[in-house]
Design a protein around this ligand. Structure first.
Ligand code: SF4
Length: 761
């Protein structure tokens, strides 16, 4: 019978002892069974039969390092403990997953050489992409590699499906060298050990996918494995993989052990489920073979199309590497991110979060766009990571006890409840799945109908109504004069549909707007200035997050409807992510459950990509940890619709609030069987209005079905000019002519009751 260790295992690790009163006074138990700890010869936690735990003084403290002595090992190991959950008396081992919890400090790694490019913490973060040409088209591929190199990529990957492509690789390499292009080339290998062996003779690096290098194609069945079956498969992997490792050693090649969430083997699925834990173990099976053969020139990757899973998988991987004493570099990426701002946002959330944890040595922003278009966003992200680590951006040290790094658990702020005597309904000023707030100018009030449309409100006979993707609240930095009846009527109509209107204290005191919520800072609370407002006025409190704790204490004296976390963009060394984590820790410690909105004020002239990437990295890094209840983005010279869409994209990317169809589309490569960009655009145009539905658009059946992760429907290139359609991971229609395939997809969505007609304009 297969053992299943799911991700819950890590969050709810079996408590191995409790801080009973006896223990808190320092009594040392002589034996404790079932302690989960790490064995240096294996990848994961093992149960120990017998351990002694020493130094149990002060067990009441939130975290504690203790020494454990194993009966099987006379030496001592250090284990760091934390409470199993906030307030719990049970203690479990704490896993380190990055160098510092309050600063961005790059995790120290070994250096891996891919051709002439060094990857690792002692070097800049390397950027890379992948060609989309047919690998057999040598001239076309060489041209594309040169274009990519000219844009500034450090490394290029090329798909190598079979012998013909492997032969072409020799010509590609030679041709590039003759043209003075020494950019390292990486062969992307799936299901083809013999091809990998051949191409290792000419390319600088080999990417293997542990889910399919030696295993048959995953059947997506929950098979049962005995320990013996499992062991036999591991021996098979070793037999198939060893020649490649030996060859890489001989030729000085690098390797990437690149796990994808969507393509785990049945063996891994049966033991670990479709989980970040399974992804890590899948990579470790291959890494152990490399290590056994004394080959260390490799990096790891743990990609997923869902940034939340991707972040957890990388953190788990690093935690396990710390436990093992391994220091291999990391290649970061979100797979099948899609195109345009959606794709950039998903990459920014996943990659940006990890870079701010100090993790990541080479990155790829995978977009359904020409590969050279990936380089600039990739560079922007790399710069963001390098700058954060060079400045060691962060906040003063604080103890973090409540954040869950390895599994998602949302801290839900208390949504506003209606209070007695209130004239208007405040319950809609925030949304339970994540809120979008927008800054509105006085000018916008001059044309109320245009404003309502910009806020994505429905508009029926001159009156606005809230819809699925309507902005929840607005910030009005300046109020219209009291005698501007039209502007005030427009605001009243918004307040009447439970849209919050937030305005600064000084404005409300001089030009009061009935039922507005008032923005105050900590100083205005401590001086009592806010008491000039009528009693019962709803308060929104702006906080930087790095204030001394004595200053933060004043929050306890007010009943805030929400907090805006707003650290000025100009702060160089102080990090938004770390100050926010400190603020959340403070709120949890004090049982304060005010909703928190991430408020970012971008400077004028910021590039749109920088804004998307900045919002994704700064707010996304918090939302993927379940920290935060919404977003307020301001950028004076950016159009309103762009900011609103970016905000909703951010919430959807963090798997909080779905306001449109979710797309998983592969970036395309040499295997792609149709024009992905054109078809993606066509499918999007017809299906964009289906929130809650997820559609995968994949270029080939080799990897497509495996990598469409948790999509509801799949559109996959089955053969040239032919499309296969999937429901989940099951193919339901094969070989549809391309010209009819989009309509067939829509019919399939209808058959499954997931279709609604697009809203009338
Ligand atoms: S799914 Fe797309 S990117 Fe992946 S191998 Fe197939 S065509 Fe290439």
């Amino acid at each position: 019978m297969g053992r299943i260790l799911t991700s819950e295992f890590w969050s709810n690790t079996t408590p191995f002892f409790s801080s009973s009163p006896g223990m808190a006074t320092g009594a040392v138990p002589t034996s404790i069974s079932n302690l989960k700890t790490w064995d240096s010869s294996l990848g994961f936690a093992k149960s120990m039969d017998f351990v002694r735990v020493c130094d149990l003084k002060s067990m009441k403290s939130a975290r504690k390092r203790v020494s454990i002595i194993r009966n099987s090992n006379p030496g001592q190991d250090i284990v760091e403990l934390q409470h199993a959950s906030p307030g719990s008396p049970l203690l479990v081992p704490r896993q380190k997953y990055c160098e510092s919890l309050n600063n961005t400090i790059r995790r120290k790694t070994s250096t891996v050489m891919a051709g002439n490019v060094a990857i690792g913490s002692e070097h800049p973060i390397r950027i890379q992409t992948m060609t989309t040409t047919d690998t057999k088209d040598v001239a076309g591929t060489v041209e594309q590699v040169m274009r990519i190199a000219d844009r500034g990529a450090d490394i290029v990957r090329i798909t190598v499906q079979g012998k013909k492509e492997a032969d072409a690789c020799f010509e590609i390499k030679n041709s590039l060298v003759q043209k003075n292009y020494n950019i390292p080339l990486v062969a992307d290998i799936h299901f083809a050990p013999a091809v990998a062996l051949r191409v290792a003779e000419c390319f600088d690096k080999i990417r293997v996918n542990p889910g399919n290098f030696a295993d048959r194609r995953a059947q997506f069945e929950q098979l049962e494995y005995t320990d013996e079956d499992y062991q036999k498969e591991l021996e098979h992997i070793e037999k198939v993989f060893t020649p490649l490792v030996e060859k890489c050693k001989k030729y000085g090649r690098a390797m990437r052990i690149g796990t994808n969430h969507g393509s785990l083997s049945d063996r891994i699925m049966s033991y670990y489920g479709d989980s970040p834990r399974g992804m890590v173990e899948s990579a470790f099976e291959f890494a152990r073979i490399c290590r056994k053969l004394d080959f260390h020139n490799f990096v790891f990757s743990m990609k997923a199309s869902n940034p939340v899973i991707m972040v957890q998988a990388y953190r788990l991987l690093v935690a396990e590497m710390y436990a093992q004493g391994w220091d291999y570099p990391l290649h970061l990426g979100v797979t099948e991110a899609g195109e345009g701002e959606d794709g950039r946002m998903k990459s920014a959330i996943g990659i940006g979060t990890l870079l701010q944890d100090g993790l990541g040595d080479t990155i790829r922003v995978s977009l359904t766009e020409p590969p050279e278009e990936e380089i600039l966003p990739c560079r922007r992200l790399a710069n963001l990571g390098m700058r954060a680590s060079e400045l060691q951006k962060g906040v003063e040290a604080f103890e973090e006890k409540h954040r869950r790094y390895f599994d998602f658990q949302r801290r839900c702020g208390q949504l506003p409840a209606q209070k007695e005597g209130e004239e208007v309904d405040y319950r809609g000023v925030l949304h339970r799945d994540g809120s979008v707030l927008m800054s509105v100018s006085l000018d916008q009030l001059k044309m109320p109908e245009v404003l309502y449309k910009s806020l994505a409100a429905k508009f029926i006979v001159g009156m606005p109504f809230k819809d699925l993707a309507t902005v929840d609240s607005i910030l009005l930095r300046e109020l219209p004069p009291v005698d501007d009846a039209n502007a005030r009527l427009a605001l009243k109509r918004l307040i009447d549909i439970s849209m919050g209107v937030i305005t600064p204290l000084s404005e409300q005191l001089t030009k009061p707007l009935p039922n507005a919520m008032v923005l105050v800072n900590l100083k205005e609370i401590s001086t009592g200035a806010y008491k000039l407002l009528p009693q019962g006025t709803r308060l929104v409190v702006s906080v930087r997050g790095d204030e001394p704790y004595e200053e933060l204490e004043i929050i306890k004296s007010v009943d805030a409807t929400m907090i805006l976390h707003d650290l000025p963009y100009s702060e160089d060394k102080i990090s938004r992510v770390h100050t926010a984590r400190r603020l959340f820790e403070y709120l949890s410690d004090n049982s304060l459950n005010f909703p928190v909105i991430h408020h970012i004020q971008f400077p004028n002239e910021i590039h749109r990509d920088d804004l998307v990437i900045g919002a994704g990295s700064d707010a996304g890094a918090l939302l993927v940890d379940g920290l935060g209840d919404g977003i307020l983005l301001e950028a004076p010279d950016k159009d309103f619709e762009f900011l609103r869409n970016t905000s909703f994209n951010l919430l959807q990317g963090c798997r909080m609030r779905n306001t449109k169809t979710e797309y998983v589309s592969c970036p395309s490569c040499g295997r792609t069987l149709f024009d992905l960009q054109e078809i993606s655009a066509e499918i999007r145009e017809k299906t964009l209005h289906l929130p809650g539905v997820s559609i995968a658009i994949m270029g080939c059946i080799v990897n497509g079905p495996g990598e469409m992760a948790d999509a509801d429907f799949g559109y996959v290139g089955g053969a040239p000019g032919k499309i296969d359609l999937y429901v989940g991971k099951t193919v339901v229609k094969r070989g549809i002519e391309m010209e009819y395939a989009t309509d067939a997809l829509i019919d399939l969505i209808k058959e499954h009751g997931r279709w609604v007609d697009p809203p009338a304009e």
